[in-house]
Design a protein around this ligand. Structure first.
Ligand SMILES: [Zn+2]
Length: 183
């Protein structure tokens, strides 16, 4: 597409100025920072930095987001990554397990405490598996006696790996097969 330079159109004007020498020239020589690879890496690093910064904000990750320990950490909690399948996704290959993992991490799970947020006037049903008056995520993970836990005892021990192991040991955890009557 041809754009007359007199129109002073954004990128075209920049390119035009570079071409005619109005703007500072493009550096040449060894190790100059103008290769496409360098620019791509700079853009990627900048995007990842912004993403990590946003992720520290509870309004971005979500107030219910379960921060875990694991391999890709910053300040001892897992952080998002884009390469090699990301931080959370590459660990689980079965869709049903992955769904339950996401429900557990985000807190958007078929559990009594989550349901009560949307139906606050209904009587609380409590845990359908034991006598606890509340079935919260915390209860599922470390409180309910009906789930087995080989990898951790409290939330301080919880890592991504131990959470996945917990889900494999307990197929009903964060599963829709765990709905209470009427749920
Ligand atoms: Zn229970």
């Amino acid at each position: 597409m041809e754009v007359p330079s007199r129109l002073k159109w954004g990128f075209h004007t920049q390119a035009h100025n570079l071409a005619v020498g109005v703007a500072p020239g493009i550096p040449v020589g060894r190790n100059v920072r103008t290769t496409l690879g360098f620019l791509r890496k700079s853009a990627t690093d900048s995007a990842v930095d912004a993403w990590l910064s946003l992720f520290r904000n509870p309004d971005y990750a979500g107030s219910q987001f379960l921060h875990l320990r694991g391999e890709l950490t910053d300040r001892n909690t897992l952080v998002p990554a884009y390469a090699n399948g990301g931080t959370w996704c590459k660990r689980v290959h079965r869709i049903s397990e992955f769904s339950r993992l996401v429900r557990g991490i985000t807190g958007h799970a078929p559990i009594e405490a989550y349901r009560s947020r949307f139906h606050p006037r209904l009587p609380r049903e409590g845990c359908p598996r034991c006598d606890c008056p509340t079935e919260s995520r915390l209860h599922v993970l470390v409180g309910c006696p009906e789930y087995s836990r080989e990898q951790f005892r409290d939330m301080g021990d919880l890592t991504l790996e131990s959470l996945i192991e917990f889900l494999r040991e307990n197929p009903l955890a964060f599963s829709f097969g765990n709905l209470p009557p009427g749920g």
